[in-house]
Structures are given as C-alpha cells and as structure tokens.
Design a protein around this ligand. Structure first.
Ligand code: C2E
Ligand code: MG
Ligand code: MG
Ligand code: MG
Length: 272
C-alpha cells in the first residue's frame, strides 16, 4: 500500500514537472513573439507630493497587450526573468519610458519631474547595463536627474557587491535609486543603509491594512521615523483612500501613489 502510494506521488511529481516545463517553454515562445510583434506598452502611474498635492513624477509599469487580452507583469515578468528575455524587455521599457518623459519635458512639463523605472536584478547585473543606461539617456535626451531606477530589497541582498558598485556609478550620473516593496523582505533599514539610495517605497500590503491593524500602522510609522534620519524620501504605495493618504501625511511620508490618485495609464490619456 505504502509503496503504491509512494509510486503514485512520484508519478504525479513527474507529470507536474513536465507540465511546468511545457508551460514555461510556451510562455517563453509567446514572449519572443510579443517582442517581435511589439505588443508591449508602458503605462504611467502618477506619484503625488503629499504636501502640495501635485503630481511630481510617475512610475513606468509595463503592460502586455497580447492577442488573448491584457496580461499583467506579475505573470510574465517572472517568466521573462527565467528565460533571459527580461534583458531585451527591460532595455525596451527603460528606453521607451525615458523617451516618452523626455518628450513631455520638452513640451514644458515641470523640470523636476521624476520618472521611476523598475529594473530586474538579472538586468542590472549584466556587464553592460551601465553602458546601456548611458546610451539610452544620450539618445532620448532625458536628463539623468529626471530618472529613478527601482530595485527590490532581494536584489541588494543576493548580489550586494555588484549592485553596490553599480548603484554608486549610476548615482554619479545623477540618476536616483529607489528601494521597492520595502518591508516584504527580511532586511533592516540599518543593513540597507550601506547602499546609497534616494527613495524608499513602503510596500502596499502595509498601507492596505494600516488603518484597520495597529501593528501595520506601527510598522509604517517605524519605517517613516527611521528613514527620516537617513535623508531618503518615502513613497507610500497602493494608497486607495483619502484616509490612508491623510494618515501617511501625518506620519511624515513625503510622496504617495495609488488608485486614489490615479491608476496606471498611457501618457496620452494623462491631463496635460
Ligand atoms: P511594483 O513596482 O511594486 O508596482 C506597483 C504595482 O502596484 C503595480 O502593479 C501597480 O499597478 C499596482 N498598484 C498601484 N496602485 C495601486 C493601488 O492603489 N492598489 C493596488 N491594489 N495596486 C496598486 P503592476 O503594474 O501589475 O506591476 C506589478 C509588478 O510587476 C511591479 O510591482 C513590478 O515589480 C513589476 N513590473 C512592472 N513593470 C515592470 C518593468 O517594466 N520591469 C520590471 N522588471 N518589473 C516590472
Ligand atoms: Mg516599482
Ligand atoms: Mg512596489
Ligand atoms: Mg510590488
């Protein structure tokens, strides 16, 4: 009996491995086609200055307009990372975001407008990432001080030496660095402080629960008071209500983004 059961679960395991690898191959092929067919778009979500209420910048968020409908980056970015296609896709997002914002700056948008672009660790540790970045800035004409690269905490932990030296060079260019989704990993601000960064983004999960759960509010409040000693700007993510925005302002958070202020959208549909 036990043997049969063991065999059964072994067989099941094999099937699911094969299925997984078929699914991976399929999505990889679809992503290659999507690159060829130029099915990716960049949407922008406004970032708001909590003191003035003005839009001070935007986060670029990729969208895949596939023949089957819109596919979320949460689904295809991990597959793109696995297959290495993130290098091509990430380079495209960076160039496209810089170009679109550079055009708006030329058309008179505020000169301190700050565009945030998400960068995967695999993309960032490529030997020529820095050269690609410099080239994109030159070709699009976006001033480096208008660009921020968003990286995750895990990226700093797993590749700390390569990433630390890259961050240094990138910041010397005038490009800023943001730590994304802070609070979801296991690193402390004291540890992260060894890296030079400009923005700390408080993960949306804490903000979603902040007003109902005293522990989440305590975490948000602790992050904000620690960061104020580090000269970094705080961005609260996923703000969906006015009450959340008000509370974050009271706690000393400088910037926010979230559905309450604006959903990610193509720049053409932004107010001028
Ligand atoms: P992220 O960088 O933390 O981006 C924030 C995510 O929260 C976005 O999801 C955004 O649409 C969503 N969001 C914004 N405001 C609210 C809100 O008020 N409520 C809720 N519930 N959600 C909100 P999205 O666009 O699906 O992106 C998911 C993740 O995919 C991003 O998380 C980022 O890690 C990754 N990603 C997106 N674009 C790129 C890209 O161009 N390159 C790379 N490497 N990763 C990307
Ligand atoms: Mg981000
Ligand atoms: Mg985030
Ligand atoms: Mg996230």
């Amino acid at each position: 009996k036990a043997k049969a059961k063991g065999f059964g679960s072994y067989a099941l395991f094999e099937v699911s491995m094969i299925e997984q690898s078929i699914a991976k191959t399929r999505i990889t092929n679809e992503l290659k086609l999507a690159i060829e067919r130029q099915e990716f778009r960049v949407y922008f979500q406004p970032v708001i200055d909590l003191q003035t209420g003005e839009t001070i910048g935007a986060e670029a968020l990729i969208r895949w307009q596939s023949p089957r409908g819109m596919i979320s980056p949460g689904v295809f970015i991990p597959a793109a990372e696995d297959s290495g296609l993130i290098l091509q896709i990430g380079n495209w997002v960076l160039r496209e975001s810089c170009q679109q914002i550079a055009n708006k700056l030329k058309a008179g948008w505020r000169s301190d407008f700050d565009v945030h672009v998400n960068v995967s660790v695999r993309q960032m540790i490529q030997s020529d990432f820095y050269e690609q970045l410099v080239q994109i800035l030159q070709e699009t004409g976006l001033p480096p001080h208008n660009l921020t690269l968003e990286i995750t905490e895990s990226c700093l932990v797993t590749q700390s030496e390569v990433v630390a030296s890259l961050i240094k060079r990138v910041r010397q260019l005038g490009v800023s660095i943001a730590i994304d989704d802070f609070g979801t990993g296991y690193s402390s601000l004291a540890y992260l402080h060894q890296f030079d960064f400009d923005y700390l983004k408080i993960d949306q999960s804490f903000i979603a629960r902040m007003l109902e759960n005293i522990q989440d509010e305590a975490i948000v409040s602790a992050i904000i008071s620690m960061a104020s000693g580090f000269k970094v700007l705080l961005v609260g993510e996923g703000v969906e209500t006015e009450l959340q925005a008000n509370r974050l302002r009271e706690l000393g958070c400088q910037r926010v983004q979230g559905y309450f202020f604006g959903r990610p959208a193509p720049l053409e549909s932004w107010p001028e």
